[in-house]
Design a protein around this ligand. Structure first.
Ligand SMILES: [Zn+2]
Length: 153
């Protein structure tokens, strides 16, 4: 399977930081040429990352969107890169990952680890592929991108 060929080394290269994970989320949720959701703008735009904040802003009007808003990652004290790492582990291992293991690997409480596992499992389809529609708990701010599955490959 192509999924299993995506090694931990590949993972670390592709997602070296929270910023890299955020960019991936941005690309997944908002298509390459999104329309600005600001009612007074609504232009086809490019969103630029705002330094020091996990948000992007419209090139025309400065309207800000957060790729994490409305997702399981929103307001989580756990860094996005840790979420991605556990999502990678859960999709890469057939037997799954226990909350105890997540607790050990991330150094979080058992309660946090359990909650993370639960949310990630709920977001996976029967092939253990992460369905973005399920990661996004609420209606996306803008029209969701057609790339609906987060696959580590
Ligand atoms: Zn705009």
């Amino acid at each position: 399977m192509s999924q299993s060929k995506f090694t931990i080394k590949d993972f670390k290269q592709r997602y070296p930081s929270d910023d890299a994970c955020l960019e991936e989320l941005m690309q997944l949720r908002f298509s390459d040429r999104p329309t600005c959701p600001n009612p007074t703008c609504q232009k086809v735009t490019k969103f630029h990352r705002v330094a020091s904040k996990p948000v992007y802003e419209c090139q025309w009007c400065g309207y800000q969107i957060s790729p994490m808003a409305g997702t399981i990652f929103h307001k989580s004290p756990t860094p996005l890169s840790d979420w991605f790492y556990i999502m990678y582990l859960m999709t890469a291992t057939r037997s799954g990952v226990s909350a105890k293991e997540v607790q050990r690997q991330l150094g979080v409480t058992y309660k946090t680890a359990w909650r993370m596992c639960n949310k990630i499992r709920q977001a996976m389809d029967e092939k253990s592929i992460l369905d973005l529609r399920k990661i996004c708990q609420f209606k996306p701010i803008s029209r969701i991108s057609p790339k609906l599955f987060l696959v580590f490959s």
